[in-house]
Design a protein around this ligand. Structure first.
Ligand SMILES: Cc1ncc(COP(=O)(O)O)c(C=O)c1O
Length: 399
């Protein structure tokens, strides 16, 4: 049974743990990063003020090139205004709309299902693997069979894999299923930019990859931002047209349905500076995840899974635990913030419910919503703060 949670409430009359530091830790350390990069960012923003091309300025192309170079594998990058718009643009490029079905994991952020509904198609929910928390290839096969049996004249078009919390989905298995079933694979890599699998970086793991540069993401701007990566450069032209209202060779020649999905030059400028330190930040996230793994081993909880051949971007460090609320309350008392991503699966969201997926039909997604809890994770977390988080979790189980 899926549960909703709000911030945990301390029990009546509780006492602060002895010696608990009063200053709470940050969950995401944007301030430390901002201080490090401030001068370089100010210089970059100053250049935008100088040339005055706030939309479609030279930073957009520069950023698209830098991101494509970072990903490698010959991909082309199309910058856009958010991860959500990146997904919408990808679906529009594929011509997905009314009468089409897109398979999506139920345990994900809202946008994954929302965009499918926005273009008029039907999201068909799939359960996730309990350990990786990503789309389960076995359940995908089951759901494809169910969707085919349900008929209704719908066309099964695509699978949208999500790299939840930073670990890439199992693209080898998903690729194989998609090839066999005649479905296209789209990657919702909003949380995994910087991750890799089998020596290939996120952005090059599916024909179309959408990512987000929301501030709290592994590579985050100072506002909304996103990008679509394509392995076939010919698709980039269509995406660029969709990004600007479906324009043709002439700006007011509208040749397809599009959106205003442009990224502004200031955000591109910020991201260009952040990209300079991104490799180092990804390594720091990896080191932090190892420190948590080591410090939290042996406790009655599940640590985040790793998969051989895959490197996570560690957007979040997410545990699974039986009495999550009790753990959250005791961490909060010790000044350690936590977050729950996500308290309700997509198939049970009031706005997205459908008869094909009643409550109880996707048990792993439903169970995870009541068990997951994320710990502070950012590349500038001091070793002493990591120790404090570990100590707080260990003390909870020792109490
Ligand atoms: C899995 C997933 N998909 C899509 C998005 C949407 O990205 P944005 O907030 O940039 O629109 C997010 C954002 O958190 C996400 O986590």
């Amino acid at each position: 049974m899926a549960t909703r949670t709000t911030a945990p409430q301390p029990a009546q009359g509780h006492r602060e743990p002895e010696g608990a530091p009063s200053e709470p830790l940050p969950f995401v350390g944007l301030r430390a990063q901002g201080e490090r990069l401030r001068q370089r960012i100010e210089q970059r923003l100053g250049r935008v003020l100088d040339h005055g091309a706030y939309v479609n300025g030279p930073e957009i192309e520069e950023r698209e090139r830098s991101l494509a170079d970072f990903v490698g594998g010959g991909v082309t990058c199309v910058a856009c205004s958010s991860g959500t718009d990146a997904l919408v643009m990808a679906l529009l490029e594929m011509g997905i709309g009314a009468g089409d079905v897109v398979f999506v994991p139920s345990f994900t952020f809202t946008a994954t299902a929302e965009v499918v509904l926005l273009v008029g198609a039907t999201p068909w929910y799939v359960d996730v693997d309990e350990q990786t928390m990503n789309l389960c290839p076995c359940d995908l096969e089951r759901q494809i069979a169910r969707a085919r049996e349900s008929g209704g004249g719908r066309r099964l078009r695509a699978v949208m894999a999500v790299d939840l919390f930073g670990l890439p989905a199992d693209y080898s298995a998903l690729d194989e299923i998609c090839a066999r079933e005649g479905l296209e694979l789209i990657a919702d890599s909003a949380q995994s930019f910087g991750a890799a699998q089998g020596g290939r970086r996120v952005g090059a793991l599916a024909g179309l990859t959408a990512t987000s540069f929301f501030p709290a993401k592994p590579l985050g701007g100072y506002g909304d931002g996103g990008a679509v990566f394509v392995t076939d450069a010919a698709r980039a032209e269509t995406l660029r047209s969709i990004r600007e209202h479906g324009k043709g060779p002439d700006r007011y020649d509208i040749v397809r349905l599009g959106i205003n999905g442009r990224l502004d030059s200031f955000q591109a400028a910020v991201l260009l500076v952040k990209l300079e330190v991104f490799g180092e930040e990804t390594s720091r996230r990896e080191a932090l995840s190892r420190a948590y793994d080591e410090g939290l081993s042996g406790l009655p909880l599940w640590l985040p899974a790793r998969r051989e051949g895959a490197e996570s971007a560690w957007a979040q460090y997410t545990l699974q635990v039986d009495d999550r609320d009790a753990l959250r309350v005791s961490l909060q008392r010790r000044g350690v913030p936590t977050a729950v991503y996500y308290p309700l699966p997509m198939h049970l969201q009031p706005a997205y419910r459908s008869d094909s997926h009643p409550e109880g039909s996707l048990p792993v997604s439903e169970r995870l919503c009541g068990r997951v809890v994320s710990l502070p994770m950012h590349p500038y977390q001091a070793a002493a703060d990591t120790e404090r988080v570990i100590e707080a979790v260990r003390s909870h189980f020792a109490d």
